[in-house]
Ligand binder design. Structure first.
Ligand code: IMP
Ligand code: ZN
Length: 342
């Protein structure tokens, strides 16, 4: 007889992904293809992505992870063609994994002649082209990220970009970046301005590392009134109570990322998903964070919670559907998802 996990086809299960960074979601094979083309055109001196990030290597920790972007991936995905090519492939990968709704996040970057607004526009164009031609059920919305290393003016620029694009396309703002980087009080004006933008959702990387889990920082972040928070690892009793009291806050939990990056100890069994998934008053959502780096597609995250926390097929379906409550994509999209996911 099939065990409950075997009975659930995790790939076929329609799923919602709410925490995926565009540049971190590009597969190594796709980066390799970009590299091949640039190498042939004499446009890059970088080493082959399959050498820099060997297949099967997923143990990037917080020290080695962030330079991967600033020193490597950003130098490869550095023009309009590469941006469109990689975005389209990321969408295809999520669609192939059974994702039906994706909130993709990215930090706007100027790429040569492309301004930050052009960068966002090209990604939205790639999303629109994918939706009209692929036949996939996947719908994608964009979240724009403020990096912790951004200046207050750069953070405000991200808010302006959120404002400039229609809510049907850009649905939220995020705070990401190296958690070892302090000084985020300076970003408060930007997040307060973002809170005032009609219909714009807010999600924040929250208590990802011990150094970013102080009561002062968590109070500051909760003071920006986020709708969702990501990772939620180093939270004390006070922050935990505050989260639950908010009622309905989305918790973007990323098991493989946290385990591979050694952000938690004790492996999958020790992951705080085990504490949160039954807590009334918040909405835990399984997410991949950076599937290109950590190698675990969303379907596998469902397999992992079934394996390590004993979720039944029914539990997994309920968990997947519950995410509808905390998407930023609006009522019409929620209705579409209810039809697909029941
Ligand atoms: P991008 O914003 O599309 O370029 O995606 C890559 C960026 O996302 C990185 O430079 C990081 O700043 C950010 N990022 C990816 N994963 C994490 C994470 O786990 N914590 C904080 N920031 C992250
Ligand atoms: Zn993240």
């Amino acid at each position: 007889m099939a065990s409950p996990e075997e009975a659930l086809d995790v790939k076929a299960l329609p799923k919602i992904e709410l925490h995926a960074h565009l540049s971190g979601s590009i597969s190594r094979q796709c980066l390799h293809e970009v590299w091949l083309r640039k190498k042939a055109a004499g446009e890059t001196d970088l080493e082959d992505p399959l050498v820099v990030m060997p297949p099967g290597k997923h143990d990037y920790d917080l020290k080695t992870f962030f330079p991967l972007f600033s020193s490597y991936i950003y130098n490869l995905v550095n023009d309009e063609w590469a941006l469109t090519y990689t975005t389209t492939r990321v969408l295809q990968d999520f669609a192939d994994d059974g994702v039906v709704y994706l909130e993709l996040r990215t930090t706007p970057r100027a790429l040569g002649p492309l301004s930050k607004a052009d960068y966002v526009r090209r990604i939205l164009d790639a999303i629109a082209a994918f939706e009209s031609s692929s036949g996939a059920r996947l719908r994608t919305r964009l979240i724009l990220s403020v990096d912790r290393r951004n200046t207050p003016a750069q953070a405000l620029e991200v808010v302006d970009l959120c404002r400039a694009f229609p809510r049907a396309q850009v649905v939220g703002i995020d705070l990401c970046g190296d958690p070892a980087r302090g000084g985020i009080e300076a970003l408060s004006p930007a997040f307060e301005a973002a809170r005032a933008v009609d219909g714009l959702g807010m999600t924040l990387h929250f208590a990802e590392a011990e150094c970013s889990g102080s009561e002062a920082e968590l109070d500051l972040l909760l003071g920006w009134r986020p709708d969702r928070i990501g990772h939620v690892i180093h939270v004390g009793e006070r922050a935990r109570r505050a989260i639950v009291e908010r009622r309905g806050m989305g918790l973007e939990l990323c098991l493989s990322c946290n385990v591979h990056a050694q952000m938690i100890t004790g492996g999958f069994e020790a992951h705080h998903f085990g504490e949160w998934w039954k807590v009334d008053g918040c909405v835990p959502v399984l997410c991949t964070d950076d599937v290109g780096v950590f190698g675990s597609p969303l379907s596998n995250e469902y397999r992992l919670v079934a394996q390590h926390f004993g979720l039944t097929k029914d539990d997994c379906c309920k968990l997947a559907r519950k995410a509808i409550d905390v998407i930023f994509g609006g009522e019409e999209e929620k209705e579409r998802l209810r039809k697909i996911m029941w």
